[in-house]
Design a protein around this ligand. Structure first.
Ligand code: AMP
Ligand code: MG
Length: 401
């Protein structure tokens, strides 16, 4: 067991017990939001054949040098239609966007630049080769165009479809069990007895888990009793991983830490970060378990800097195209932000784009119980240990998305 580990080391330790990566093949129709388990290569040339980028006329450029010139219309080429007749000198073929280019044609004139009179067309504007979309100019059959670990959504999904995949091999969504601990917690909306507060962490964590491409199962909170906690953790160990919140500090009632020390397999406790110092990682009956702090801000911050990268690395998510809840960016500080002695300092900042530069400011007080501060801000500084941030300096940060 390691005590008080640096951020990088914490991730390295946790990755010794990664989230198990399983794959499944699913119909393309169900692939929205899923993550590719293999790279995808194109099953077709894209475009499949030379076609027109415009509605207009397919012509021979050499016939259109003089303006106006008049050509004989020999047929029509429609998208999805048959191969049109070839054109010879002095001839043109009416053509629609996406329709195959007739043999003999080497340019397109836009319909707006023509005048038609029965079987004749007068060319009034330019005949452009650039209006022809050439076979395979986007992708060749067999070409790899989507990497492993990419999320299938809008553009990636459309590209997989363009490439002809009727089924895709994707990462099976792991199931992550989430449970808050604390005698004081009751569900939002219930009547509060003296000393009770509303439980919110499990909702935030479930949302983050889902954003990371996993299936979140929220369990009812557990009271600060060793026997109850043991029984509930046994239940949760059927999931692929467990997230608990609360009960990992130094207090007498911090029983997640106690039970993991005494009966679990504890890999580390405490991280050199601020806020969010108390987390632990280990396994419970073989299932990876993160004991996140109870303080609401801390539990989210630790998810962002530790649990999210653990999921991403375990499941081989692609850096740019895979599921992510933050992006690393460089920001210009508009005010001094103090760092933390010996700890990676994750101050909440509001990032905004202004005139080609990302600027960062702070707005509310930064107590780790102040959930409003996570809404008033949209980023975290990544100030290295013992490093203050000065107004006017550019520093690394995480933009929470
Ligand atoms: P703990 O880590 O259990 O000592 O909790 C630290 C602080 O966070 C205490 O003020 C708790 O009341 C609060 N807290 C713990 N768990 C939650 C939760 N699930 N939702 C909201 N607040 C919590
Ligand atoms: Mg507690």
């Amino acid at each position: 067991m390691e005590l008080g580990v640096q951020h990088d080391r914490a991730l390295e330790i946790a990755l010794a017990n990664p989230l198990a990566k399983k794959v499944e093949t699913i119909p393309f129709d169900h692939a929205n939001g899923r993550v590719l388990a293999t790279s995808l290569t194109s099953r077709v040339d894209d475009p499949r054949f030379d076609n027109s980028a415009m509605d207009g006329f397919a012509v021979r450029a050499s016939d259109c040098k003089e303006k106006p010139s008049t050509l004989i219309i020999v047929g029509t080429s429609q998208a999805g239609g048959e191969q049109p007749p070839a054109i010879g000198p002095g001839q043109a073929c009416k053509i629609m966007t996406g329709a195959p280019l007739p043999k003999g044609a080497d340019a397109i004139v836009m319909v707006e630049d023509t005048k038609t009179d029965q079987d004749r067309v007068t060319i009034l504007g330019p005949a452009r080769k650039g209006y022809i979309r050439r076979r395979a100019e986007n992708l060749s059959r067999g070409q790899e165009a989507l990497p492993t670990g990419a999320t299938l959504s809008s553009a990636t999904l459309a590209l997989a479809g363009t490439m002809g995949h009727g089924e895709v091999e994707v990462v099976k969504r792991p199931t992550i069990g989430i449970m808050s601990t604390g005698d004081e917690l009751v569900p939002p909306g219930s009547e509060l007895m003296p000393g009770q507060i509303y439980e919110s962490n499990s909702h935030a964590l479930a949302s983050l888990v889902e954003s990371m491409g996993c299936h979140a199962v929220r369990h009812e909170s557990v009271t600060d009793s060793m026997d109850e906690l043991r029984a509930r953790l046994d239940e949760l160990s059927s999931h692929d991983a467990i997230l608990t919140s609360g009960g990992v500090s130094m207090g007498e009632w911090d029983i997640v830490r106690r039970i993991m020390e005494e009966e679990g397999d504890l890999s580390f406790w405490r991280m050199m970060i601020r806020p969010g110092g108390p987390p632990l990682f280990g396994t419970w009956r073989g299932t990876p378990l993160f004991g996140l702090p109870g303080n609401p801000v801390s539990s989210l911050v630790v998810f962002h800097v530790l649990v999210a990268p653990w999921i991403a690395r375990s499941l081989d998510y692609h850096n740019e195209l895979g599921p992510s809840i933050s992006r690393r960016v460089s920001v210009l500080l508009e005010e001094d932000i103090p760092g933390a002695p010996g700890k990676l300092c994750l101050r909440r900042i509001r990032i905004r784009s202004d005139n080609g530069q990302l600027l960062a400011t702070t707005h509310t007080h930064q107590g780790s119980g102040n959930m409003h501060s996570m809404v008033a801000h949209n980023g975290l500084t990544l100030l290295p240990p013992d490093t203050d941030g000065r107004a006017g300096e550019i520093i690394e940060a995480m933009w929470l998305v």
